[in-house]
Structures are given as C-alpha cells and as structure tokens.
Design a protein around this ligand. Structure first.
Ligand code: NI
Length: 193
C-alpha cells in the first residue's frame, strides 16, 4: 500500500488528455490499489490517475457511506455511452482543497469500462445520485477537464478559488452547456411554483 501525492490545481498535468491503458498489468493493478488507498486517506469519493501524475485513462470511485461496507469501483478505459437529464450539484475535488462550487451535470448516465481483471462491465447511475455525478467528474479528469470548468456561476468560482488560495479561474476553459442549463432553470422555476 502506498499513499500517492495528489496534484493540485495549477499543475499542468491536470490539464492533459490521458492515454488508454494498453494492458491491465500488475503495475496497473498496483496503481489502482494505491489510488483507492489515497482516496480513502483523503476522504474522497473519487480519484483519477492524472491527479496522481499518471497519464492514464483510469479512475476509482467509492460512494459508500460510513455505515456501509467499502465498495471501491475501478474504471479502466471508460466510455460514457448514454447521458440524459440535468442536475445542479455542489462539487469539490481532491485537487482543489476546500473549494466547492455549483456545477451542471447529467442526471442519468451509463458507462462501460474494464475492471481490474480486464473484463468489460456496464454500469448505470440514475437520478443525479452521487455515483452519477462522481463518474462524470472523474471521467472529465481523463480529458483534462476540471469541475470548475462546469461552474454555473463564474463569479462564485472566481471567489471560491481566491478564498482558498488557488490559482485563478481559467475563464477560457468554462464550458457552455445551454441544454443542461435550460433544463436546470426549468426545474428551478417549477420548484418555485
Ligand atoms: Ni476531481
């Protein structure tokens, strides 16, 4: 077991597009286990390989609560194959200590990936639950996309980064998501009625 160093926002390695894992080798299995241990030590629900400086398409997630048994899931070479709905959620990231902002996510997703034995599996996460959001968050990391790029409110993101002594928001990286935003606004106005 090894606890790995987590890169923080501002490190360019968090912005790289990662490469596919060519073989689920012993080295990959060790890395996955070290990532799981590192995630637990830092009280995270997910961790992607680029966050520990590994340029590989893999991440780990565990959304179990304190009174449930541990349930780490390893995703290797994942692909999101279906997405629908929209939800606003308050997110953080182990690469952004103490910084949380509201982001837009799909509510339902389906993902396929390889497990630690190199076997393909498909997983569906619905209703905007934590698993669905965590998968989208970690998946983004593999393409160098960070949760603040999905910020609903640019000014909030600027302020949060500043208050936590993190580098400035890279405004040019903000992702325009009109379909998600329209759906969220629709839900919010329905809730008010
Ligand atoms: Ni993250």
């Amino acid at each position: 077991m090894a606890i790995l160093k987590i890169l923080h926002y501002g490190d360019e390695r968090l912005r790289q597009k990662c490469r596919e894992v060519s073989k689920v080798s012993k080295k990959i299995k060790t890395l996955a286990q070290d990532m799981i241990d590192t995630m637990y030590v830092n009280n995270g629900v997910g961790l992607a390989a680029p966050q520990v400086g590994e340029d590989l398409r893999m991440f780990v997630i565990d959304v179990s609560t304190d009174d449930e048994p541990l349930n780490p899931i390893v995703f290797i070479n994942p692909k999101i194959i279906k997405k629908s709905g929209a939800i606003k959620s308050n997110e953080g990231c182990l690469s952004f200590p103490k910084a949380y902002v509201d982001v837009r996510r799909y509510k339902n997703i389906m993902i396929k990936a390889l497990d630690l034995k190199g076997r393909p599996f498909v997983l569906e996460a619905k209703d905007g639950e934590l698993l669905a959001r965590a998968i989208q968050h970690e998946y983004d990391h593999l393409d160098g996309i960070l949760f603040i790029d999905h910020s609903r409110n640019m000014f909030e993101a600027i302020e949060v980064l500043k208050n936590n002594n993190l580098p400035e928001l890279e405004r040019e990286r903000l992702i325009d998501e009109p379909e998600l935003e329209d759906e969220i606004l629709k839900q919010e106005s329905e809730n008010k009625e």
